[in-house]
Write a protein that binds this ligand. Structure first.
Ligand code: XMP
Length: 513
């Protein structure tokens, strides 16, 4: 019998996935379903508890999202968060009003002693929580009691212990809620009596089983770049469907020094039969004479699709395309399964043209980068590959300013190799999010020996970031920068100047194009 211990109904909050992530950290498995999931489908999962997420709407709006009302009669614990709390109050006859002023940011939670509530076990009164709401509860429904208040929210946490219904006005799932993970864990373990048995190993098993069932006897094309995400996806697929996986690595001529060999060796060790397609001439030919960054990106994207399509036609029975899309790629585009507001679209999302009628397999779509790294270790990827910095799909083309030529690619590869060597030797490689060089196509005058030089400039770019969405330039010791600069100028023929990029994101982006 199917058993999903905890269900999160998604009312469109940007934070819904964080609820799932925090529960996973506590070893509790949950599934996120759309807010209006049919009651039969919820019952079929035999949940031991339900969480109602936050959401951007007001419960009184004409088109407000409501769950099926039978969820309140399942006789299992319910936890409402923000909008979820307002839904509960509205359903049981309380009063929700627009707050005098919206409350965004930190608030101090004060417990009220009247109620012994296992929800707050092992967390202190006076803990800091994160509020983000416009509406608030003004009168509690019958049977509910106040558990905690904050300065601006008289009902910051409420409970109906008999019915096992609880609600928070604040967001326990966000980083700034000091004991938020513990509160969610308490709900799962103390109130729903869920055993913490989930881990990355069980996630891997589950994904493998899902892929097996979905793919049947068909084949799956998987683009492999050598990066962590696509390597983890390929490994999961290989476990699930063996030879029905068609893993394709395109050498687009825009890879770093020795990258193709490194990727081939790694997949060889994993006993996955990688198909390397050497399309480097085709890519470089298509990029000839093009210097506009957006045109370069577009040409590279279109050439990838052509190469992929040609490769796919060589194999019969391919019905699926696997991608390493992560939750952070999707978070600002659309809510995973629910109704969040679209903020912006992102690089890897929705990249296929309509005429390529593959179904997508995206096993990492609901997890975060650090979780993918843990998953990678679980499925047997080597440690050094798990820690590799991200590398963009368009490769070195967006690190050569203007037209991509063979000479500029050489300058880039040689300078990048030296920079990476020095960074690794200093022990700082794992401390920065990304480090690379950029060929600027700016010539300047120098003097080497007794001779005047007039050569190209390389920029060293190193950033610290958590998710790539924002970043600060890395504060690198000057003696390390000095070693990089001196070696690049001495060892790379055609470079006589090295500069360091001190721009953060925003206002800059991480890549130069
Ligand atoms: P930006 O330059 O937008 O980069 O600040 C943020 C992160 O995304 C990577 N990046 C890409 N990754 N395809 C990718 O797979 C792309 O087209 C692409 N453009 C940028 C970039 O390296 C950084 O980690």
């Amino acid at each position: 019998m199917l058993q999903v211990p905890l269900i999160v109904l998604d009312f469109g909050s940007q934070y819904t996935q964080l609820i799932a992530r925090k529960l996973r950290e506590s070893g509790v498995y949950c599934e996120i379903l759309p807010y209006n999931e049919k009651i039969e489908d919820i019952k079929a999962r035999n949940p031991k508890g339900i969480i109602l997420s936050g959401g951007p709407a007001s419960v009184y709006a004409k088109d407000a999202y409501h769950p099926e009302s039978e969820i309140y009669e399942l006789n299992i614990p319910i936890l409402g968060i923000c909008y979820g709390m307002q839904l509960i109050c509205q359903h049981f006859g309380g009063v929700v009003v627009a707050a005098d002023h919206h409350e965004y940011g930190k608030a101090e939670l004060e417990f009220l002693d009247e109620l012994e509530c296992e929800l707050f076990d092992d967390t202190p009164s006076g803990q800091i929580v994160w509020m983000s709401h416009g509406d608030r509860v003004d009168m509690l429904p019958d049977g509910f009691e106040r558990v905690a208040r904050s300065e601006n929210s008289p009902y910051a946490a409420i409970a109906n212990v008999d019915k096992k219904i609880f609600a928070f006005q604040f967001h326990p799932e966000v980083y700034h809620s000091q004991h938020g993970t513990k509160l969610l864990e308490n709900f799962a373990k103390n109130i729903c009596f869920i055993k913490a048995s989930w881990n990355m190993g069980s996630f891997a098993k589950e994904q493998i089983a899902k892929i097996k069932q979905r793919v049947g006897d068909k084949k799956v094309l998987c683009g492999v770049s050598g990066g962590v995400d696509s390597s983890v996806v390929a490994t999961l697929l290989h476990e699930a469907i063996g030879k029905q996986l068609i893993p394709v690595f395109v050498d687009n001529g825009l890879l770093r020094a020795n990258e193709r060999e490194q990727v081939e060796v790694m997949f060889g060790r994993l006993e996955i039969n990688l198909i390397t397609v050497d399309a480097s001439l085709e890519f470089l030919e298509n990029l000839k004479g093009v210097s506009d960054p957006e045109k370069k990106r577009k040409i590279i994207g279109e050439t990838f699709i052509k190469v992929f399509d040609r490769e796919a036609k060589k194999h019969e029975g391919i019905e699926f395309l696997a991608q390493g899309t992560l939750y952070t790629d999707v978070i600002e585009s659309v809510s995973v399964k629910g109704p969040s507001k679209t903020i912006k679209s992102h690089h890897n999302v929705g990249g296929l043209p309509d005429w390529m009628s593959f179904e997508l397999i995206e096993p990492l779509r609901e997890i975060f980068k650090d979780e993918v790294r843990k998953l990678g270790l679980e499925v047997g990827l080597p440690k050094d590959m798990i820690g590799r910095h991200p590398f963009p799909g368009p490769g070195l083309a967006i690190r050569v300013m203007g037209e991509v030529t063979a000479n500029e690619l050489r300058l880039l590869r040689e300078s990048d190799t030296i920079m990476q060597d020095e960074l690794k030797a200093s022990g700082l490689y794992d401390k920065v999010w990304q480090a690379f060089t950029v060929v600027l196509n700016v010539k300047s005058v120098g003097v080497m020996g007794d001779n005047r030089t007039y050569d190209n400039t390389v920029c060293v770019r190193m950033v610290e970031s958590v998710d790539g969405m924002t970043a600060t330039f890395a504060h690198i010791p000057h003696d390390l920068l000095e070693r990089m600069s001196s070696r690049i100028i001495n060892e790379v023929d055609g470079i006589n100047r090295v500069v360091y990029d001190i721009t953060s994101k925003p206002p800059g982006t991480i890549e130069w194009e």
